[in-house]
Ligand binder design. Structure first.
Ligand SMILES: [Zn+2]
Length: 1145
């Protein structure tokens, strides 16, 4: 053994001996020997200071060292002993980190120190050394003690510290630890208010001064303390009232100017932190703008932009500027939809009654109040758990609501009328003629005005109705020149009076160039110049431009559209090129926000010229050739207004859903008169969702007519610099569900057009109009063979006078023998629907895939038809689709929230769909599967929502015996099969939880009331996939259609599980069931509910996506103990703080 080690051991045992002596003395306070205690503590201190390793001994496991020391500290009245012990503690707590401090806190050390602080503050004269020691220790332990702030307040320590600060403003040695403790105190809201009243704010401003290289540590602590104090709105108000905001701005500018080498980034950031907290209140924002804060922060930030390390400053500055940007109202006369549709009756208290009972100006009130600005939170919220609770709020916990309803819905006599939608069940198929008659049904109403003119729109076409009776022959023909085409001059507008629709369609098969406008190229006048429609028919068997026009004449829109958009007319051929999900470019959002702020800083650049306005159709827009031309007066179009903001930048406003004042996200419009090679920025400024896949790599869709004519009739993903963020246009609380102070969101994208004189279309997703559906159905019905039973009925008329088709598809019975007829009648029903939400066009493409598969001659398709009888409503909301709505029907309501009590007059499609389901149930033909196709705007992949009592119960903490509930696993089988078949399908995104907010949706009502166990919503992404074969790619119509076909294959496999005979043949499938069981058994163990519906599931970006600028998005210091630790731990030597903390702002 070597000597030092022996010496060490000797010392260690010596310390223990001394401690036990001290312990004995503590226990006999009466014979208290002050001198002895002083001596012993002195010796212990000496050993600790000379032999580092003995510290470990004192606080090792099982040692009572800490208790003994603390007990001595509590008991002693001797100054020297107190100082000895404080020094001992300081030695002990300086190293060893959190564990030793944890031991100190758990043994009640904090309270003893605070009591000592308060009691010694009463001794006069004040012992500075003692105060310094106590504060130095408090700085160490405060941040580690969750109750520190409360203890400090209850012990009366706040005022002791603040008085010390007041008295020691020039004494840096004393001031620093006091300020550091103050900073910890101020992390608690109640303390902050109390400190503010005691003059802490003024004190901080005495310390914070202009740029100086001296005492930057002190300055930093003072700024952080101030920032913490200013989280209290009362303090913020006090500070603004005293005129300190311009002071802070001046100090910030001073540091910005002088800190050339950026050595004091954290100080500059702390100054901004104070300004940020001040601008959380309305008064502060006003003071900021009055003090020219926008320009100051804009200019300083612009200077910071080139240096990447200064990003934290730019980010906080931009947050402040966004918050202070004066809120504007949307430049609209009213936010109510431009179009209204008279309803058969307006239920009192419904959304429409509410909407129209308000005086016209009400919805435009700009509400400047602070979002969620409530009274000062003067309560303790250290143990606030609201954040955890909120997550599960929406899960249905009422077991009775989860159990299938036993009630009989409607008397069977009332349901009997639905028999005619199910004639196949009574058909005897005896006569071959009969069969065919029964399969045919005409859906076109005869009452439609078929004399409406049809216009292929162009942005150059005159606004308003085209001239009637203009004949093709009257058009001056001229030769078609080579690219670029003068598309602007194309006009087709004639309806020969009295001609029937098919004839009309025939005459429109060609686009004819209008003469006159193309003077330079009129060499060979008289020659018939025709523009060939792209030959899409070869690749698009269901597309036919002539048929489209014919179908369109029967489509009734509220604005009575007469124009056809080129893409719908020409057709869209899926692009075979793979379109990857965009990588987000660093700093995009910031750049866009700065450009927005520039509108305020450089108003001279702003044109603010209205170039399209459907509110004001009577006064046509003046053309000067320098502006883009917009149009969306065609089916599914919904652009309301376009404003040229700068030379190549446009603000676009979408129309609200009909009879509503909100719901905008879907868009579809046409642009012309562009200059090729120029970057145009488009901003859709009245989006409402709080986040979007546009932040995660999704692009907009564009269709170029020039490209189409030259052989590329595709919708393509396009646009760069795409992002989605909260803007400065305020939403009226009426349109924001009663919430005040909400803003709209901007979806911005930049496009460079390739061709001169092109006409381009932009859309949120691949358009799919009602006329397209009718054209597809007509073409599909032509695919019928002798083997296919296909019938099309009219489920009902919509509010807008359109016919809602209901399809029945199955296989014809093999013969009319009793056996075959009985097999036919015994087929289970599969009920499918789509497009209840008009903005979710992807649902229609999936449905198209399903329908095409069902009508195909593939052997699987025949097996499938032989297995089931399909009842399909491909478009539950035709009116919404036609009128360019995003969410609602003409009743101004979300139809997928009406399934509980649909009204026959207001929600006819839902009412009759539900009744048909009730009829099926009443006739013992409850569907085996119900699936409603939707689109999802915030998640990737395709997935399903189903309904399970058990999985719902598991998500809640409700302790019930319901886990004994018998529940079949059948609801999981189809999603599992689909995840095996379809590459876009993601099982892990599926959820089987019943949410309260979804109780009136098709999925939940069909499950609960009709008793369909396999009742689903199938959600398709609008963006793309992050797993499977298409990982990293944006989704196209081909993948969506493929999904629709694969859904059919899934149903075919499902048959093996549901047919008792087949079941035994397929052992492999039994294995699947077992897997299901295993998987299910594991679910309750998952702490974070992966199967519960998460709104978003996106990973973090390098550049944090910040779409908001609201004060309540900031971290509450009382809820972030870790963050508080970081801030309060004194580490003035290191600048590392800003490098990893920026994401916290
Ligand atoms: Zn939907």
């Amino acid at each position: 053994m070597n000597k030092p080690k022996m010496a060490m051991e000797k010392c260690a045992s010596r310390v223990l001996m001394l401690l036990s002596q001290l312990d004995r003395l503590n226990e006999e306070p009466k014979v208290c020997d002050t001198d002895a205690i002083r001596q012993i503590t002195g010796k212990i201190l000496h050993i600790l200071q000379t032999q580092e390793k003995t510290r470990k001994e004192m606080v090792s496991k099982g040692s009572s060292g800490m208790e003994v020391i603390l007990s001595s500290l509590e008991n002693t009245r001797d100054l020297q002993t107190t100082l000895n012990i404080l020094n001992i503690l300081s030695e002990l707590l300086t190293v060893g980190g959190g564990r030793r401090i944890g031991a100190f806190v758990s043994k009640g050390g904090t309270a003893i120190l605070l009591q000592l602080l308060v009691s010694s503050s009463k001794d006069l004269p004040l012992n500075e050394e003692l105060m310094l020691h106590i504060h130095s220790l408090l700085v160490k332990v405060g941040p580690k003690d969750r109750k520190f702030c409360v203890k400090a307040r209850l012990n009366g320590a706040l005022n002791v510290t603040i008085n010390l600060v007041k008295r020691n403003l020039q004494n840096c040695k004393m001031l620093l630890p006091c300020l550091q403790v103050l900073r910890v105190y101020a992390g608690n809201m109640v303390n902050a208010v109390s400190l503010g009243k005691s003059g802490a704010l003024d004190l901080m401003f005495e310390i914070i001064g202009p740029y100086s290289k001296k005492s930057t540590t002190l300055l930093k602590v003072a700024l952080d303390t101030l920032a913490a104090l200013l989280k209290s709105k009362m303090n913020a108000r006090r500070t603004v009232d005293r005129g300190y905001l311009p002071t802070l701005l001046a100090i910030y500018q001073d540091w910005h100017r002088n800190d050339i080498r950026h050595c004091h980034l954290i100080i500059r950031k702390s100054i901004l932190g104070c300004i940020k907290n001040l601008t959380a209140i309305k008064l502060g924002r006003k003071a900021f703008v009055d003090a020219n804060g926008m320009r100051i922060l804009y200019n300083t930030s612009t200077e910071c932009l080139p240096v990447r390390t200064l990003d934290p400053l730019v980010n906080v500055s931009s947050l402040i500027m966004r918050k202070c940007f004066p809120k504007n109202r949307l430049p609209l006369p009213t936010i109510k939809s431009v179009y209204q549709h008279p309803l058969p009756h307006i239920p009192a208290g419904g959304p429409v009654a509410q909407l129209y009972s308000q005086p016209p100006e009400v919805d435009d009130v700009v509400d400047e109040s602070d979002e969620n600005e409530t009274t000062e939170i003067d309560t303790e919220n250290e143990e606030d758990e609201t954040g955890h609770k909120r997550k599960n709020d929406d899960i249905e916990t009422d077991i009775n609501k989860l159990r299938p309803k036993q009630m009989q819905t409607r008397p069977f006599d009332e349901l009997r009328i639905y028999e005619h939608f199910c004639v196949e069940f009574t058909e005897d198929f005896k006569s071959q003629d009969n069969d065919f008659k029964s399969c045919k049904a005409v859906i076109f109403p005869s009452s439609v005005d078929s004399h409406r003119p049809i216009v292929i729109p162009t942005t150059l076409a005159p606004v308003g109705s085209p001239k009637r009776g203009q004949q093709l022959e009257n058009v001056q023909p001229h030769k078609l020149t080579e690219s670029p085409l003068e598309l602007g001059s194309i006009s087709i507008s004639k309806t020969p009076e009295g001609k029937s629709a098919p004839d009309l369609a025939c005459s429109l098969s060609r686009l004819v160039l209008d003469g006159g406008s193309d003077d330079g190229h009129q060499e060979e006048s008289g020659e018939q110049a025709v523009l060939e429609v792209p030959d899409t028919a070869a690749v698009l068997p269901l597309h036919d431009p002539d048929l489209y026009l014919e179908m369109m004449t029967y489509t009734r829109s509220v604005p009575a559209y007469t124009e056809v958009a080129y893409p719908d007319y020409f057709g869209h051929v899926a692009l075979h090129l793979r379109e990857p999900i965009l990588e987000r470019v660093y700093g995009v959002q910031r750049t866009k926000i700065f450009q927005d702020i520039e509108r305020l800083i450089h108003p001279i650049d702003i044109h603010d010229k209205v170039v399209y306005d459907i509110d004001n159709q009577s006064s046509p827009v003046v053309e000067n050739g320098e502006s883009l031309k917009f149009n969306s007066k065609f089916e599914s179009g919904n652009l309301r207004k376009a404003i040229q903001v700068r030379k190549f930048e446009y603000d676009l406003i979408l129309n609200s859903d009909i009879n509503s004042n909100h719901y905008h996200q879907w868009f579809y419009f046409e642009v012309g008169n562009m200059r090729p090679g120029v970057r145009y920025r488009f901003n859709i400024i009245n989006c409402e969702k709080s986040n979007s896949q546009f932040n995660y790599g999704m692009q907009v869709l564009m269709y170029s007519v020039q490209e189409a004519i030259h052989g590329s009739p595709h919708w393509v993903r396009t646009g760069s610099d795409i992002c989605y963020y909260k803007n400065h246009f305020s939403r009226s609380s009426i349109a924001a569900g009663g919430q005040k102070g909400k803003s709209y969101f901007t979806m911005t994208f930049t496009v460079t057009f390739q061709h001169k004189d092109d006409v381009c279309y932009f859309a949120y997703h691949y358009p799919y109009t009602f006329s397209t559906l009718k054209m597809h159905l007509r073409k599909l019905s032509d695919l019928r063979t002798a083997q296919i039973y296909y019938r099309e009925d009219e489920l009902c008329q919509t509010l807008g006078g359109n016919s809602c088709p209901l399809l029945t598809i199955t296989a014809m019975p093999e013969s009319s023998s009793n056996d075959h007829i009985s097999q036919f009648r015994s087929r289970p029903v599969v009920f499918l629907s789509a497009r209840v939400h008009p903005g979710e066009t992807n649902a229609s493409w999936v449905m198209k895939g399903t329908l095409e598969f069902l009508m195909s001659c593939r052997s699987e398709a025949q097996s499938l038809r032989e297995s089931y009888i399909f009842k399909i409503i491909p478009m539950l909301n035709p009116d919404g689709v036609i009128n360019g709505s995003h969410r609602c029907s003409l009743s101004g309501e979300d139809l997928n929230r009406q399934w509980q009590c649909p009204n026959a007059d207001l929600h006819p499609t839902i009412y009759h769909a539900k009744s048909l389901l009730q009829y099926l149930r009443a006739t013992r033909r409850t569907p085996l599967v119900f699936c409603d196709y939707h689109g999802h705007s915030r998640k990737k992949n395709v997935f399903m929502y189903g309904c399970s009592i058990k999985e719902t119960v598991w998500q809640t903490n409700v302790n019930t015996s319901s886990c004994d509930l018998q529940e079949d696993l059948e609801y999981r089988t189809l999603p599992r099969l689909l995840s095996q078949i379809a590459p876009v399908f993601s099982l892990s995104s599926c959820s089987f939880v019943v949410e309260r907010s979804k109780e009136a949706t098709a999925r939940v009502v069909v499950w609960r009331e009709i008793g369909v166990q396999r009742s689903y919503t199938m959600e398709s992404t609008l963006c793309g996939c992050d797993q499977g074969k298409y990982k990293g790619l944006q989704i196209g119509t081909q993948e969506l259609e493929e999904m629709g076909a694969q859904f059919c294959l899934g149903l075919l496999r499902l048959r093996h599980f549901t047919s008792p005979i087949e079941h035994h043949k397929h052992n492999s499938h039994l294995l699947d069931v077992e897997n299901d069981l295993i998987e299910r058994r594991n679910i309750p163990n998952i702490t974070s509910p992966t199967t519960y519906v998460l709104e978003e599931d996106e990973p973090a970006f390098l550049e944090e996506v910040d779409y908001s600028a609201e004060s309540n998005d900031e971290n509450d210091p009382d809820l972030e103990p870790d963050l508080q630790d970081n801030r309060a731990l004194p580490d003035p030597s290191s600048d590392s703080e800003f490098s990893h903390q920026d994401c916290l702002t």
